[in-house]
Structure formats: structure tokens, C-alpha cells
Design a protein around this ligand. Structure first.
Ligand SMILES: C[S@@+](CC[C@H](N)C(=O)[O-])C[C@H]1O[C@@H](n2cnc3c(N)ncnc32)[C@H](O)[C@@H]1O
Length: 243
């Protein structure tokens, strides 16, 4: 029997990591009404970060909202591996920014860089703008390179992107919690998962500065099939660089 009432409610609702989740809720919320609302939402099946309205990513705390992709732990490896590719980068872009987790991480790791983020999902852009005010990046609405200010063309030292890359036929294997609350467009990468990657790669000659790089996260199997440089591996995925 749990003596902590929040842990007890979360455990009764089937949350396996009830203690960790209760601690997360208390770390981010003070007001008892907000805590009550978050526990009720979580117990009814909302992902923890959506229930609380916050996500932790590589030392940053980001606002998130229902319908916006929750930053994944494995993307932290993408963030630090990408930043190490160009420590003197002056122009950095986050392609498919969601709430702006990678962009926020770039502003703290690359303090001399001006960071721009872009997403096609309007709700994500609203949330990314909120986070951008806190962490110092600009968020734009649009599709990949076309959504960025045109004066960045040919000047991007480092592009980072956790693109939707799950093959369409595998999307149904994603955990049900996430399928219900995150947009399909955040994960579905077309028949082999690489449709968006091909679009982004086609823009590299136009948008990257000389010596610029694009760094992304793919499954290990996808990484074997494409012509990029594997920089790191994490949880069966690969951080891959192009350019
Ligand atoms: C896997 S999520 C990653 C989000 C964020 N970078 C993160 O790590 O939390 C992919 C993101 O790409 C965005 N996206 C999908 N198609 C896009 C497009 N054509 N142009 C820009 N962003 C797109 C989705 O809306 C989603 O936010």
C-alpha cells in the first residue's frame, strides 16, 4: 500500500513508474489544483508530459501541449552529437521542431549561434514560440526549408532534425498512449520512412553554408541503407550526418 496518495492513484491507474511520475508532477507544478488536474489527466491515460504541460530535455524544461510531439530521451544524443559537429556554428536550424527541444538545446550548447526552428504543425509552432522566448530561438511555420526565412539560404552551418521516419506500416506498433495524443505527421515517414529525409537532403546544396552539416536520427536499419556518416548509436537508432 502506497502512503503517498498521488503515487497510489497513479499506480492504481496502471502507471508502472508511479513514484517517478509523482516526483515529475511535483517538480513542475505547485498549485494543488494544477496537481489534481494533472494526476486526473494522467490517470485517465494522457501521457505524463501532456498532463503536466512540461517536458524535460537535456537540462531544459519545455512547455508541451496535447497534440505536440513529446521530446524523446534518445534525441538528447542527437542534440549533443550534432552540436559537437560545429562548435563555432553561427546559423543553426531545427527542422521539424515540435515544441523546440532541439532548438533550445542548440542555444545552450552553441551560444554564438542564431537558432531558427520550423514546423508544419501550427500547434507545435505556437508552443515552440513560447519556448523560444525562454531559450532564445525563433520558430517559423512551414514545410522544411521552405518555412525558413529566405535570407538563411546558403548560410546554415548546422541543421538538426528529428524527422518523422517511421515506415507507415509500422506506425501501428507505436505505444497506444502516444498514437492517441501525438499527430501522425510527427512520426509517419512514408512507405520506407525516408520520404521526409529525401526532401530535406534535396535542399542541402541550397541551404547549407560551405562546410555545413545536417544531422538526424534514423533507425539503424535505415542508416545502413542511406549514404550518411553514422556518428553515434542510441537505443537501436543511429545519429547520421550529411553534407
Ligand atoms: C519526430 S517529431 C520531432 C519533434 C522535435 N524535433 C523533438 O525532437 O521533440 C517530428 C516533427 O516534424 C514535424 N513535421 C512533419 N512534417 C513536416 C514538414 N513537412 N515540415 C516541417 N515539419 C514537419 C512534425 O510536426 C513534428 O513536430
Amino acid at each position: 500500500m502506497d502512503s503517498d496518495p498521488i503515487v497510489a492513484r497513479l499506480r492504481a491507474a496502471g502507471c508502472v513508474f508511479a513514484e517517478d511520475e509523482a516526483a515529475f508532477i511535483r517538480r513542475h507544478l505547485d498549485d494543488p489544483h494544477d496537481i489534481e488536474r494533472a494526476v486526473t489527466s494522467r490517470a485517465s491515460g494522457l501521457p505524463l508530459e501532456h498532463a503536466v504541460g512540461a517536458a524535460e530535455f537535456a537540462g531544459a524544461i519545455l512547455a508541451v501541449a496535447d497534440g505536440v510531439f513529446v521530446p524523446r530521451r534518445r534525441a538528447e544524443t542527437l542534440a549533443h552529437t550534432a552540436a559537437a559537429q560545429h562548435p563555432t556554428a553561427r546559423v543553426v536550424v531545427d527542422l521539424g521542431c515540435g515544441c523546440g527541444a532541439l532548438a533550445a538545446s542548440m542555444t545552450t550548447r552553441l551560444p554564438s549561434a542564431r537558432v531558427h526552428a520550423v514546423d508544419i504543425d501550427p500547434t507545435s509552432v505556437v508552443v515552440a514560440r513560447l519556448n523560444g522566448r525562454r531559450y532564445g530561438f525563433a520558430a517559423h511555420h512551414g514545410s522544411w526549408w521552405d518555412g525558413l526565412p529566405s535570407d538563411l539560404r546558403g548560410r546554415v552551418d548546422l541543421a538538426v532534425g528529428y524527422l518523422p521516419h517511421v515506415p507507415t506500416h509500422e506506425v501501428r506498433h507505436i505505444h497506444a498512449d502516444f498514437r492517441a495524443h501525438e499527430p501522425l505527421g510527427a512520426v509517419d515517414g512514408g512507405s520506407d520512412g525516408l520520404d521526409h529525409l529525401r526532401t530535406v537532403l534535396a535542399g542541402l546544396p541550397d541551404w547549407l553554408a560551405p562546410g555545413g552539416r545536417f544531422v538526424t536520427l534514423l533507425s539503424a536499419e535505415q542508416a545502413r541503407r542511406i549514404d550518411g556518416e553514422v556518428l553515434a548509436r542510441v537505443d537501436g537508432d543511429a545519429v547520421v550526418a550529411f553534407g
